[in-house]
Design a protein around this ligand. Structure first.
Ligand SMILES: C[C@@](CO)(OP(=O)(O)O)[C@H](O)COP(=O)(O)OP(=O)(O)OC[C@H]1O[C@@H](n2ccc(N)nc2=O)[C@H](O)[C@@H]1O
Ligand SMILES: Nc1ncnc2c1ncn2[C@@H]1O[C@H](COP(=O)(O)OP(=O)(O)O)[C@@H](O)[C@H]1O
Length: 288
């Protein structure tokens, strides 16, 4: 038996870190939404009670360190599954980019194995299991657009933003999420306007969404990597309507309302960056 699942990338339209928790994580308030740049997870049931992982890109681990492996291992142990699975990951999402590629692969594996092994788990149960793998996995189980709080695992789904293009530009650096959070001083950052961002999305007000783009982790990553600051400046220079770094970076995204401006922004960024993508927001009514 085989089962294939798409694993879309996410961008953070707003990311606030409110405090440092006793467990070492940060209390966050984030608005996240999916774009149609996705990995593909192919799951093939085996009878040898083993989990194997192969990845189309060599620099992603294919053992217990892979988040898709961890998702399969969690389900096998928690539900005493004796069958095995061969996992093939076709990577399209840049790695260590602030786009939750690994987290989305884990979420897609949870959803796919729930079907393949007929576990009968609900989406909420899968999201709860996902939180044991990583803070972004719960959101990736639900998809759509959501307010994420706690360490990122408490999900309240909200309306989809109005349709627009998204230019993603990832400079050739890998950023450690842990390192960025470690360097963050939550007392010393300008708060994000989370409520205003939610209202702008619910009112489908594209200009207000662009005005309320805010990511407190930029203060760390832009100081560590000036090339990220430069990409932001170029995105604005070539005419994106709204610009922000996604997650812990280094990917910068530009929101573009009208397709007529898309090529100028895309081609402009290609002059500064190899990894540039023109993608669309996935509205929750879209199939994925
Ligand atoms: C920054 C964000 C924004 O969406 O995404 P990415 O940039 O990774 O895509 C997320 O908060 C990343 O989520 P995720 O990548 O799943 O983080 P985890 O694996 O759970 O944690 C990695 C490390 O980041 C730090 N961490 C993570 C989440 C959080 N709320 N506070 C933290 O301090 C911790 O040091 C933790 O050990
Ligand atoms: N399925 C996976 N895809 C990508 N990276 C993975 C995966 N499993 C584990 N990793 C590891 O996770 C880190 C990057 O995770 P990723 O989700 O791509 O970045 P980010 O958290 O910045 O969005 C890398 O160190 C990579 O080796």
């Amino acid at each position: 038996m085989r089962y294939s699942v798409k694993a879309p990338a996410k961008i953070n339209l707003s990311l606030d870190a409110l405090s440092k928790r006793p467990d070492g994580y940060h209390e966050v308030a984030m608005i996240m939404t999916m774009v149609d740049l996705a990995d593909r997870i192919d799951l093939t049931e085996t009878n040898d009670d083993r989990i194997t992982v192969d990845v189309s890109e060599g620099f992603v681990p294919n053992d217990h360190r892979n988040l898709a492996y961890q998702a399969a291992d969690l389900l096998k142990k928690r539900f005493n599954v004796k069958k095995g699975v061969s996992i093939y990951i076709t990577k399209r999402i840049p790695v260590a980019a602030g786009l939750a590629g690994g987290s989305s692969d884990a979420a897609a594996t949870l959803k796919g194995l729930n079907q393949l092994w007929q576990l009968g788990l609900t989406q909420d149960e899968l999201a709860e299991l996902g939180a044991e793998i990583g803070s972004d996995v719960s959101f990736c189980v639900y998809g759509g657009t959501a307010l994420a709080t706690g360490r990122g695992e408490i999900i309240q789904q909200i309306a989809s933003p109005p349709p627009c293009w998204v230019i993603l530009a990832k400079p050739p650096i890998g950023v450690s999420t842990a390192d960025v959070y470690k360097r963050l001083n939550v007392q010393d950052v300008q708060r994000a306007n989370t409520k205003e961002m939610i209202r702008a999305i619910e009112e489908q007000n594209f200009n207000e969404i662009c005005q309320n783009l805010h990511n407190v982790l930029e203060t760390v990553t832009l100081d560590m990597y000036p090339e990220v600051r430069n990409i932001k400046e170029q995105m604005i220079r070539f005419g994106a309507d709204g610009v922000l770094m996604s997650g812990s970076g280094p990917t910068v995204f530009g929101l573009v309302e009208h397709e007529s401006r898309l090529n100028r922004v895309y081609n402009g960024l290609r002059g500064f960056c190899q990894d540039v993508y023109a993608v669309r927001l996935i509205r929750s009514s879209d199939t994925c």
